[in-house]
Design a protein around this ligand. Structure first.
Ligand code: FRU
Length: 467
């Protein structure tokens, strides 16, 4: 089928099921979620000609994985996102089983995308191609074909190109698996964004496959990626797959012993970053569950699954990366509904609120809708979610890098993001509880402020543009 027909078919799905999707009490009011079908990794995050553009892996035809599209969103303020429809559909010989994850850059005023063409060939084997796309207007996307074929020494698990410019050269990192089944990140270099030279493996040594790499500079160089096959170790690596970073040096390397998980919650994967015109390094992640656990998500009934995290602003504080809620999120606040100083607090909360807890004296125990049970000590936080027991997902924990001072929580219909001490520690998780439950309790000495948040005001385009 031609790309245009595939895109039209996708939008027909949105038209026929979009209203049902929005009726789901679990459909988020201010997070990004698909208009229908399955959403996974954020892709191509960039500020281009002043607007934020964000794409994501999209399966419009069902709530399972498969031949992915790239859906496109635009925003002026990082909170109100317009759904622009499908930007890429899997129509070529080199991407026919999926336009897999990738990134965006600007060159000579054009918006350039790089993605992985995923192919399952007639013998049932995987093939992988790193592909390029150009757009002059951010609306029409022209596929330019394959730029990098699979090099020797690696299996076909070779994907998710992230491209950036540094010292007048272009670089690309790709998530890979060696023939010895070791996960790693490889580096390519280009002068013109056309011809790419394989440089080296920049990091390896944990798990069997690393996905969705990213490279950027904070105070030092940072390599971000999502390794698979890392074994659980008490409070660490408790999710099926991890996402984290190594602070290192572009020339000298990224020692894997310095790997740190980025988020401590139940659902967080495949994050991507970009630098905006204000000079901020912004990150957005998939609040999803790769390959498994998805049967526990009741949203299938309403024909959609998964959402993204809120955007976060990264900052290096010593050895750690802090994820701060960006200032734009303050614009979501509609009105202050609770302001309590001192003792414990108990009351009703609807599912579109931001909670700020400060002046915490010692320990705190929180009960959020009888669904999350959060125990906070000065140096440790444990989040329990007993209701999704079957998936081995009962609890997550973190040791804090500085004594507990402030907790900021964003509750949307079916998600909870907890930012501790300005984002030094973050827990991102989904929640699927009785939509009418409102009971929340905070036990301990603290000040509690709660804001009701507004919905995002993004619009949806229903027409696929033809030329
Ligand atoms: C990560 C991932 C990527 C791949 C994409 C396919 O979740 O497996 O490696 O490009 O999803 O949708």
């Amino acid at each position: 089928m031609s790309e245009l027909s595939l895109k039209r078919k996708a939008m027909q799905k949105v038209e026929s099921l979009g209203d049902t999707v929005k009726k789901d009490p679990y459909y988020p009011s201010y997070h990004i979620a698909p208009p229908v079908g399955l959403l996974n990794d954020p892709n191509g995050f960039i500020q281009w000609r002043g607007s934020y553009h964000l794409f994501y892996q999209w399966m419009p035809f069902r709530t399972g994985h498969g031949a992915k599209f790239w859906a496109q969103l635009t925003s002026q303020n990082l909170i109100d996102w317009n759904f622009e429809g499908p930007a890429l559909a899997p129509d070529q010989w080199y991407d026919r089983t999926g336009c897999y994850s990738g990134s965006a850059v600007e060159k000579d005023g054009e918006l350039i995308l790089f993605y992985t063409g995923n192919v399952k060939n007639d013998k049932g084997e995987r093939e992988t191609y790193q592909c390029k796309v150009r757009s002059q207007d951010g609306v029409h996307f022209e596929k330019c074909g394959v730029q990098i074929e699979l090099p020797e020494g690696f299996t076909a698990h070779f994907r998710d190109p992230k491209v950036w410019k540094m010292d007048n050269r272009w670089y690309m990192v790709i998530g890979a698996q060696t023939n010895e089944n070791e996960g790693c990140i490889v580096l390519y270099e280009s002068m013109d964004l056309e011809t790419w030279i394989f440089k080296r493996i920049v990091a390896s040594g944990m798990g069997y496959m690393w996905e969705c790499p990213d490279f950027f500079r904070l105070e030092e160089d940072v390599l971000l990626f999502s390794p698979q096959g890392v074994e659980e170790n008490e409070i660490d690596y408790r999710n099926m797959y991890q996402s984290g970073y190594i602070i290192g040096d572009f020339d000298e390397g990224f020692p894997v012993e310095r790997f740190r998980e980025l988020d401590r919650g139940f659902e967080f994967y495949a994050p991507q970053t970009m630098m905006d015109e204000k000079g901020r390094r912004l990150l957005i992640g998939w609040m999803g569950m790769p390959d498994g656990g998805e049967e526990y998500f009741p949203t299938h009934d309403y024909h959609w699954i998964h959402q993204l995290t809120l955007p976060r602003e990264l900052e290096q504080r010593g050895d750690i990366i802090v994820q701060k809620p960006p200032e734009e999120l303050l614009e979501l606040r509609r009105r202050k509904i609770i302001e309590e100083k001192g003792g414990s607090w108990e009351g009703d909360l609807s599912r579109n609120v931001e909670i700020v807890i400060s002046d915490i004296s010692e320990a705190l125990n929180m009960n959020v809708y009888d669904y999350f049970f959060i125990a906070c000590e000065k140096d440790k936080v444990v989040v329990r979610r007993p209701s999704i027991e079957g998936a081995g997902m009962e609890w997550r924990a973190a040791e804090l890098d500085s004594p507990l001072e402030e907790i900021r929580m964003f509750i949307d219909r079916s998600s909870l993001e907890i930012f501790i001490n300005g984002g030094e520690t973050v827990f991102s998780s989904r929640m699927f509880l009785d939509p009418s439950a409102t009971d929340c309790r905070i036990e301990g000495e603290a000040s509690v402020t709660v804001w009701e948040l507004r919905k995002q005001k993004g619009e949806e385009k229903y027409e696929v543009r033809s030329d």
